[in-house]
Design a protein around this ligand. Structure first.
Ligand code: L34
Length: 283
């Protein structure tokens, strides 16, 4: 029987540590603030943003929420970003993705000050991650690393397979595993023999966006299986990229959806925001 990794419990531990540090900073006169910008009314994004706001309350950050209509122009969004860049109360700026189709993520992200880019999506921060010299780690991949660490599994020398090559998850995930001395393979939609490659993995990270695509025949007995997917099954129920039921006994460790990677993404956002506040205050 594989052990279920409790992302809620691990994230609660991380947030508790952040809460204590935030309270200590406050005593010294530093209050931490995060601005979260959401454009349009994608229901999933609204849930994630609400969870981020709640996490800010839990750890003692001020949160500033900007819910803009779907018709917001690039000019309007950029002017908000610039206002937040200049606002000393705002240590971190997060523009929730995806944006409506008429807005270009790249243009918006490039205009967030790198030192306030708590998603680590700005090219400067991406470059720093590439060379292993960073202050912020992208939230989802960093959360995955924490979940792997929580199992006591050493990454060094292990076969790590990442399925998915997005800029937000797959690519930075591969880099973080590499920094931990894993032997890393990145698979994607053109990979041949995906099953064969995936089932070599000691550590498998699925970030494809296809409901329950990873069945037991994709995984090695005893592997650590991390499910980044936020998908809907045939009944519209939230599920991951991994077919949890068929994999849970074969895996050594496995994350559930919900309650796995999602809460960790948010905990890591809190971590990055705290780091940003410390750097901006010369601490
Ligand atoms: N800019 N955009 C930006 N930064 C991010 O870090 C994100 N991401 C991804 C989407 N767009 C983003 C998130 O916030 C994914 N993501 C995210 C955050 C939280 C949760 C899921 C994805 C989450 O809270 N998941 C819960 C279930 C939520 C539900 O009930 O629908 C969980 O337990 O997994």
């Amino acid at each position: 029987m594989g052990k279920i990794i409790d992302g809620k419990a691990v994230s609660a531990q991380v947030k508790e540590r952040i809460r204590q540090e935030t309270a200590a900073l406050k005593e010294q006169g530093t209050q931490v603030g995060l601005a979260v910008v959401i454009v349009g009314d994608d229901p999933a994004s609204k849930v994630y943003v609400r969870n981020k706001k709640r996490a800010c309350e839990e750890v003692g950050f001020d949160s500033y929420e900007y819910a803009l209509p779907a018709e917001t122009t690039e000019e309007e969004l950029l002017s908000l970003v610039k206002k937040l860049n200049a606002d000393d109360k705002v240590n971190g700026i997060l523009v929730q993705l995806p944006l409506p189709a008429h807005l270009d993520d790249k243009v918006i992200i490039n205009n967030i000050l790198p030192e306030k880019d708590v998603d680590a999506f700005h090219p400067i921060n991406v470059g720093r991650i590439m060379i292993g010299d960073y202050s912020f780690l992208p939230c989802t991949p960093a959360g995955v690393m924490e979940l792997i660490a929580s199992t006591g599994t050493q990454i060094e020398g292990k076969e790590c397979v990442v399925i998915g090559r997005s800029n937000i998850v797959g690519k930075p995930q591969a880099m973080l595993l590499l920094h931990s001395n894993g032997t890393v393979t990145v698979c994607h939609s053109r990979t041949k023999n995906l099953k064969e490659v995936a089932s070599r993995a000691d550590i498998l990270v699925a970030a494809v966006g296809k409901a329950k695509m990873i069945t037991a025949d994709y995984i090695k007995e005893g592997a650590v299986v991390i499910d980044v997917g936020m998908d809907r099954d045939e009944n519209g129920k939230l599920c991951g990229d991994v077919d949890f039921e068929s994999c849970k006994d074969k895996a050594g460790y496995i994350t559930p959806v919900p309650g796995g990677v999602g809460p960790m993404t948010i905990a890591m956002l809190m971590q990055n925001t705290l780091t940003a506040a410390k750097i901006q205050n010369g601490l």
